[in-house]
Design a binder for this molecule. Structure first.
Ligand SMILES: Cc1cc2nc3c(=O)[nH]c(=O)nc-3n(C[C@H](O)[C@H](O)[C@H](O)COP(=O)(O)OP(=O)(O)OC[C@H]3O[C@@H](n4cnc5c(N)ncnc54)[C@H](O)[C@@H]3O)c2cc1C
Length: 384
């Protein structure tokens, strides 16, 4: 079975590795020249990432951890609370390179500098029109048609595969714009803790330390035309510099984060075109984290293709409920006043709440919310 995966990001590459090792003939089509660049990511992951990658053995060094985080300080207008978490900060460029290596090691091939344009049916096969800008004799771009039985769109938030296959209506997709800088501070960051600032409404602002001197600092805002992400980041940096001293910008990243919708169509009728990762909106809407759900969905898709199972049904059953729970929490947070957020931050500072959080998994918010409410009935007002 010949499979084309459009998008050589981490999710596409992981799926390629899983499919190739089970015998499929997989080609990845990637518009950029090398894996990992350009990148737009804060690189926070939960420990779940290790167990997902364990499904392909001997990948101990696949997750390039550069910092380990033990707490998260949430900040509202008038309050702060330091909550226990256990997260890892990764080198995202290296991680993408590792995923590309993993795909190749398992037998997939990757065509870099090759941009997917559109899909056409040719009998039972698909023809993917691509433009290759790999140097040719007369240095011209080459239009090529690649034939495959199955096409997977792992091509990021604005999925051309999804649009070309009629699975996505781009006008109906909603996004958060993430705008981030890596900064060196005059002062020192607390390396064991990151900050989530809820005063940046409709998403949040973050300060995520790589080490004592360098942090990833950013904001997210909905792309509804009512926000000015550049100005929001500028004033957030001013606020942060009040705590850490002068900040010297090292580099900048910006990118779209899709808002998860349970109604997304992630496959066509005859199950020969599939959407995966950001292309399918598989992202936690509270945090914008898409690596864990995307990698989990990649494992599910590879199994579904090989066992003839219904992917749309399988991933929505497996990771869908937790992604919906993230949507509900986000919906509630967006509608709280500044005063209500202060109240929430105060309530979650309670010892009892912290001890539940310490033993909870953020990737399983349904379970987490249930045990929070069971142990602290006072919190029910934030759930219903
Ligand atoms: C500012 C910011 C911060 C974030 N922070 C975190 C975080 O801390 N933790 C976390 O888990 N997630 C985070 N995310 C989300 C995370 O980056 C994504 O969920 C993740 O990259 C999804 O991986 P993917 O492989 O599905 O898509 P991508 O990484 O977007 O990869 C898609 C690939 O497809 C290629 N492509 C696109 N169109 C075409 C085409 N037409 N032809 C050929 N190739 C194409 C692209 O070049 C790209 O390489 C963040 C996102 C942003 C924007």
């Amino acid at each position: 079975m010949r499979i084309i995966i459009v998008g050589g990001g981490p999710v596409g590459c992981f799926c390629a590795a899983m499919l190739s090792r089970r015998g499929s003939d997989v080609t990845i089509v990637e518009e950029h020249g090398k894996p990992g660049l350009p990148f737009a990511c804060t690189g926070i992951v939960t420990k779940e990432i290790f167990s997902i990658l364990d499904s392909i053995k001997n990948q101990d060094d696949a997750v390039p951890v550069i910092n380990e985080i033990k707490s998260c300080t949430i900040i509202s207008d008038k309050r702060k609370a330091k909550l226990p978490v256990h997260d890892f900060i990764i080198d995202r460029i290296k991680f993408d390179q590792n995923m590309a290596k993993l795909a190749k090691k398992n037998g997939a091939s990757i065509l870099y500098n090759t941009k997917f344009m559109k899909l056409q049916r040719s009998g039972k096969k698909w023809l993917a029109s691509v433009i290759s800008s790999n140097s040719t004799r007369n240095n011209e771009d080459k239009n090529i048609k690649l034939s495959a039985d199955i096409i997977i769109g792992a091509d990021g938030p604005v999925s051309s595969v999804g649009v070309s296959a009629g699975l996505i209506n781009p006008a109906r997709k909603r996004f958060i714009l993430g705008n981030q800088v890596r900064c060196e501070a005059d002062g020192y960051f607390d390396t064991g803790s990151f900050e989530a600032d809820l005063t940046i409404r409709k998403f949040f602002g973050w300060v995520v330390p790589e080490n004592k001197k360098i942090a990833r600092i950013g904001i997210g805002v909905p792309t509804d035309g009512r926000n000015k992400p550049k100005d929001t980041l500028k004033s957030f940096l001013k606020k942060v510099s009040g705590r850490y001293g002068k900040l010297k910008i090292i580099d900048r990243q910006a990118g779209l984060i899709p808002v998860f919708s349970p109604w997304i169509k992630s496959q066509n009728k005859d199950r020969t075109v599939f959407l995966l990762g950001d292309a399918a909106g598989q992202v936690k809407s509270t945090t914008g984290g898409g690596l864990i759900p995307g990698l989990r969905a990649a494992a599910i898709l590879s199994e579904c293709i090989q066992q003839g199972k219904n992917y749309d049904l399988c991933w929505k059953k497996s990771i869908g409920p937790d992604l919906v729970a993230h949507n509900i929490i986000k919906w509630k947070l967006d509608r709280m006043s500044d005063r209500q957020l202060d109240g929430l931050v105060k309530d979650v500072s309670a010892k009892k709440v912290k001890s539940v959080l310490a033993s909870s998994n953020r990737d399983k918010p349904l379970k987490m919310m249930l045990s929070l409410v069971m142990n602290n009935p006072n919190l029910i007002k934030y759930v219903i």
